[in-house]
Design a protein around this ligand. Structure first.
Ligand code: MG
Length: 260
């Protein structure tokens, strides 16, 4: 069921959005060559406790998960692109890291993801990250009253295809509110003019992610981490966005923190 939020409810979602933005900015700043993925999770956990927030991930156990996630952040490195379960791995020079983070505060969820390189970047990794960010910008620009879900999907896909990436539609955006994954689904490819009409009060997580080679994923033995079948690297950019009469509000915006 698709739920629409009142302006007061959107206002009430802002603290969660701000906290997720600040946490990702902090973690990005602190994550370097030599940082262990488990240390990123511990730090995120500490920030959650300090803020009195609640992790959306730690007890998360959907049908496709073998067991509850058990950590508070997804850390996907190189050929892992989504749902990366933090494990004992120390980041190396040139690693491409995606952090995906969601919490609730006062019962309202915010969900956002960021990709970046630690140490010396490869040009092709920076290009991939840039494409996911521009696809997210295009999606946000299309998230206006009068458009439809298909317009967002088409905007994302157009950016990816123009840059030569293929698209996997198994995982995409979703409604956000009292729970992390609600209706509607927002695929990363679709037809403009189709799908649910964008109404004021619709809050969605928009999350383009692309791989440099294949569009096929396999799940690691940990039951969570999704990795490209051909070893090619992936990147992921996500924001929680409220659609309003006055245009989209990016609830997880980090730009005021000096981080894209
Ligand atoms: Mg997310």
């Amino acid at each position: 069921m698709i739920e629409l939020r009142t302006p007061a409810e959107i206002e009430a979602m802002k603290p969660a959005g701000r906290f997720v933005a600040e946490t990702l900015a902090t973690l990005r700043e602190e994550t370097k060559v030599g940082t262990n993925l488990l240390a990123i999770d511990r730090r995120a956990h500490e920030l959650i406790r300090r803020a009195g927030a609640e992790s959306c991930y730690i007890d998360y156990h959907p049908s496709f998960g073998a067991r509850p996630f058990g950590k508070v952040i997804c850390t996907s490195v190189n050929d892992a692109v989504l749902h990366g379960l933090p494990h004992d791995y120390t980041l190396r020079d040139g690693d491409l890291v995606s952090l995906d983070f969601a919490v609730s505060i006062d019962g309202w969820v915010a969900d956002s993801a960021i990709s970046f390189v630690v140490g010396t970047p490869r040009d092709e990794d920076l290009a991939l990250i840039d494409t996911t960010q521009r696809a997210l910008d295009a999606a946000i620009g299309t998230a206006t009253v009068g458009n439809r879900i298909g317009d967002i999907s088409a905007a994302i896909a157009q950016v990816a295809r123009a840059d030569g990436y293929s698209i996997n539609t198994d995982f995409g955006g979703h409604g956000v509110g009292r729970i992390m994954h609600g209706d509607p689904h927002v695929p990363n490819d679709g037809k403009a003019g189709r799908g649910y009409p964008l109404r004021p009060g619709l809050v969605v997580a928009l999350e383009p992610w692309f791989l440099q080679g294949t569009d096929e994923l396999i799940t690691d033995p940990d039951g969570w981490t999704l990795r490209s079948v051909d070893g090619s690297r992936g990147a992921h950019s996500e924001h929680t966005v409220a659609i309003t009469e006055d245009g989209p509000i990016v609830l997880t915006d980090r730009s005021w923190l000096g981080v894209d």
